[in-house]
Design a protein around this ligand. Structure first.
Ligand code: ADP
Ligand code: MG
Length: 705
């Protein structure tokens, strides 16, 4: 019989209550299972022993056999350290401790062979090793030891309290002894066969005590696959349950508005990607389940027209639709854009924002409630309680990363069934692409559509990196562009922590630009976060109408603004922006027929990450490619949505590095659920069982944390 992995670690021989407390607090290890899944961060070759005269000045981890011949205490007070002279036949080195002097002196033996393990430092003509791991040579030879020595995650507290890497390794060894090396299999035989995966027990053994690099690699693959497989399985099951449980409003037919628009008023040929995405949406809307879809598309890929045509489907089926945008400027733009697109259709569209006048607002709310209004566009104002629909069938959220889950769910309850049992269909749109692999893991509850193609005939934006000292040239170029009738953005960073500094930078910049581009030849708009919304709007509108040629701004213009005549985007201190932000900003130009430019201005000193970001921007304009680089630079922690999804709590797999394993895992999870949605087949019993245990376990964790 296998041991019960839910046993609290206190019961394991060699742990005891004080160590158990530390393991719980420091590493979150509560049970045998947690311990089993404490995977090493890396491995060190411990078959190799160094002589002191062979040591290199490279700070490597090494092990040396020798004897301590003396102890001395050096330094004063805080800087006090204990130094041991450590010798082998070839030379002398120093072992150094900054803490725990008494305990160390008492417990170590002089003139007895030890194996010292740690990082070497070269200082003042001597090698030294700080806080080495020491083991009596006699003990060392007795221990179970593999060529690849695991290095476990640790904390300062743990190592100060004597729970060294070796102790952890020993505890895990004890667990293997108790379990007789046998652990329950958690993947089906057919999966193991098909993917040539080694068994669970063998994998666990080799991850902790690798017999060879080959077996270690196999163990890692098997365990990574398993981890990602069960995450995917959970996500897909959640999505399937959503579809079977949450009823949708059936939009059964394609009607007059859609047809007329499609056949007579479409201002351009749709791209293939737009057509494909519309089909996906149509098929959701026509099914009996609620649509809950994320539409990802790069800046300028044409999401708005997809949104409009989806709303026409709603109207044709007797429902209302709404489109919510994160800022007033954006909603005004959407409103004007949609009015224009729909000018030949008989539909009623209105705009509602925080600054809509009371009398106007009351009229809008009334027609919304009695059903005269077909489409309402607006900001957060749409979420207010007094905004009541007659029969909201489709809610679209633009730039969804600006909104939280709570806001999405508020829209749910605005459907015709106030209880929310039959919610409106939901489409969220984002122009901050995240890599597909990550999207799969993060947005488990959403279906994903991707527009991966730009409308034909777009001229690629020319992007260059220039240093501050080239400013004169840049300004000369800007003047030429303005002379041709173009408009220019100049953007300054806005980073919360140093808001004052940012503001000063912006104002200094504005003054110097005003000097270089003097009135009356040049008109300049300025927009920043400290302005009142009405003033901001006024300045934006001046620029949109072409009354000013230069827009000096902080990143408030980042998202969505559409001024097709603007052809140059200058980003100041570009090294201070993140990649996705740079990409968003660049997307503000290149919207018209003219050649557009993006100029990234920086100082001379650049970190290597900044350099990579700038080079990436110059090299590519593909939002998905940029997102991949961003993910590599920043890790998934900073990307939206990752916090909720648990991709950060992976124990062994790495969402970035193990992309291929993730694809396999998703593919097989899907395939199995396709064949056997309830996991009822005998061959899937082990998967069902593991899945259940994992779900139960997860709930417990949510409860605790
Ligand atoms: P985004 O996806 O960034 O919201 P928009 O919907 O604002 O992009 O579209 C960007 C511009 O491209 C708009 O001016 C729009 O009219 C135009 N556009 C959209 N689809 C097409 C197409 N298939 N062919 C030509 N132009 C298009
Ligand atoms: Mg848009």
């Amino acid at each position: 019989m296998a041991i019960n992995l839910q046993t609290p670690i206190d019961y394991l021989k060699g742990v005891g209550s004080s160590r158990a407390d530390l393991l719980r607090k420091e590493l979150g290890i509560f049970t045998y299972q947690d311990l089993m899944h404490l995977f090493p961060n890396r491995y060190i070759d411990r078959t190799q022993y160094y002589k002191i005269n062979q040591l290199q000045r490279n700070n490597a981890d090494v092990q040396v056999i020798g004897k301590i011949v003396s102890f001395t205490e050096v330094g004063q007070k805080r800087g006090k350290r204990l130094v041991a002279k450590f010798q082998d036949g070839t030379g002398t080195m120093e072992l150094v401790w900054f803490r725990g002097h008494k305990w160390i002196k008492d417990s170590l033996k002089l003139n007895t062979p030890y194996v010292a393990f740690g990082k070497t430092n070269w200082f003042n003509g001597t090698f030294s090793m700080a806080h080495p791991e020491l083991e009596l040579l006699a003990e060392h030879e007795k221990n179970l030891r593999s060529a690849m020595q695991p290095v476990y995650p640790s904390t300062e507290k743990l190592s100060n309290r004597g729970i060294s890497n070796r102790v952890i390794s020993k505890i895990i060894q004890q667990l293997f002894i108790d379990a007789n090396g046998k652990f329950d299999e958690t993947l089906s035989e057919s999966l193991r066969k098909e993917l040539h995966l080694i068994g669970k027990s063998e994998a666990l053994f080799n991850i902790h005590f690798p017999k060879s690099p080959e077996l270690l690699a196999k163990a890692q693959f098997r365990l990574k696959f398993e981890e990602l497989f069960y995450i995917q399985l959970q996500l897909i099951i959640k999505n399937l349950m959503h579809k079977s449980k949450i009823k949708g409003l059936p939009f059964e037919h394609i009607g007059e508005h859609f047809k007329t628009f499609f056949e007579e008023h479409l201002p351009f040929e749709l791209t293939n990607a737009q057509k494909r995405v519309l089909k996906e949406i149509r098929s959701d809307l026509g099914s009996n389940a609620q649509m809950n879809r994320l539409l990802q598309g790069d800046v300028g890929s044409g999401k708005t027209i997809v949104a409009l045509m989806s709303m026409l489907m709603a109207i044709d089926n007797g429902f209302q639709a709404c489109l919510m945008a994160p800022t007033e400027i954006l909603s005004i733009q959407h409103y004007n854009g949609l009015l224009d697109l729909c000018k030949n259709l008989k539909i009623n569209i209105k705009l509602l924002t925080g600054s809509t006048k009371t009398s106007e607002r009351n009229k809008i709310l009334e027609t919304l409630k009695n059903g005269e209004l077909n489409i309402i566009i607006g900001t957060h104002a749409l979420l207010e309680d007094r905004v009541e629909f007659n029969n909201l069938g489709l809610a679209i959220i633009d730039e969804q990363h600006r909104f939280g889950v709570a806001q999405r769910s508020k829209l749910w309850r605005k459907g015709p069934d106030a209880g929310g049992a039959i919610p409106p269909h939901i489409l969220v749109m984002t122009a901050t692409p995240i890599p597909r692999t990550l999207a799969m893991s993060v947005y488990g509850d959403l279906d994903i559509s991707i527009i991966d193609e730009l409308p034909a005939g777009r001229k690629p934006i020319k992007t260059v990196h220039r240093y501050d000292k080239n400013r004169l040239n840049v300004f000369r170029f800007v003047k030429d562009e303005i002379a041709k009738g173009r408009q220019i953005y100049i953007v300054y960073p806005l980073i919360q922590e140093s808001e004052k500094m940012d503001y000063k930078d912006l104002m200094d910049g504005y003054e110097s630009i005003a000097r270089d581009f003097p009135m009356p030849d040049y008109q300049i708009s300025i927009v920043h976060g400290k302005m009142k919304p009405a003033d901001k709007d006024y300045e934006m509108q001046r620029f949109i109408k072409g009354e000013t040629q230069i827009m000096v701004a902080t990143t408030v213009i980042e998202v969505g603004v559409n001024v097709p005549n603007a052809s140059v985007m200058i980003i100041e201190s570009a090294e201070r922006f993140g990649l996705s932000q740079l990409h968003q900003l660049r997307g503000r130009v290149g919207r018209g027929a003219e050649q557009s430019y993006c100029i990234l201005m920086t100082g001379h000193k650049l970190s290597s990450d900044s350099k990579t970001r700038l080079e990436t921007m110059v090299k590519t304009s593909d939002g998905f490619e940029i997102a991949e680089v961003d993910l590599k630079l920043r890790g998934p922690g900073d990307l939206m949505g990752t916090q909720q999804s648990g991709v950060l709590n992976l124990k062994i797999a790495d969402i970035v590095k193990d992309k291929d394993v993730l694809h396999h895992a998703r593919y097989h999870a899907k395939k199995i659920l396709n064949e056997d949605p309830k996991l009822a087949k005998q061959e899937h019993a082990v998967i069902l069982d593991t899945y259940r245990k994992l779900s139960k376990f997860k709930n417990i964790w949510n409860y605790i944390s």
